[in-house]
Design a protein around this ligand. Sequence first.
Ligand code: FES
Ligand code: FES
Length: 200
Amino acid sequence: MKPISRRLFIEETGLGILSTTVLPSVTGSPVEAQVNSPAVSAPRTKITIKVNDVSHHLEVEDRWTLAETLRDHLELTGTKIGCDRGECGACTVLLNEKPIYSCSYLSVWADGQSIQTVEGLAHGDHLDPLQQAFIEHDGPQCGYCTSGQLMSARALLNHNPSPTAKEVRRALSGNICRCSNYNRYVESILAAAKRGQKHA
Ligand code: FES
Ligand code: FES
């Protein structure tokens, strides 16, 4: 009997699953899925986007989300993907200064637009006041949601430099924190607002 290694197990069970996959045909009789069919190439579009004040000319697949383009093609991995379906806010970036879920926004829609990611908050060694306050007030726990929280908070302070706690909570309502560190995030943002908008 052939010895079973982990690799062999995965290869054989994977092929088994694929080879038994059936797709309903339009006539009602099932057709076998084509295991070895060549990858379908998706339409591509040339776009120009400005990210953190730098212009990028890119050719993107029409199906790529903005989060994918930022992370996988511009290496801006500070933007996180949590749910990948517009529910958690981990992927929040600013599009023309407004917070959006980049996992639910196609890259082609961003053509000609200006995007700010968490990488664009600090100026050289000088942290954004929000980043400094997050550190001082223990905002991040695991940190997975933090870049999204920062971007939502930045959008808030850009148009309302002295928010109330209620306004901060409302601005963060689209950013889920699985560590449930909401009170510290609110404290941090209020502290940053009190300190003013100078980079640390
Ligand atoms: S990863 Fe985009 S909303 Fe959760
Ligand atoms: S700090 Fe862990 S998810 Fe928010």
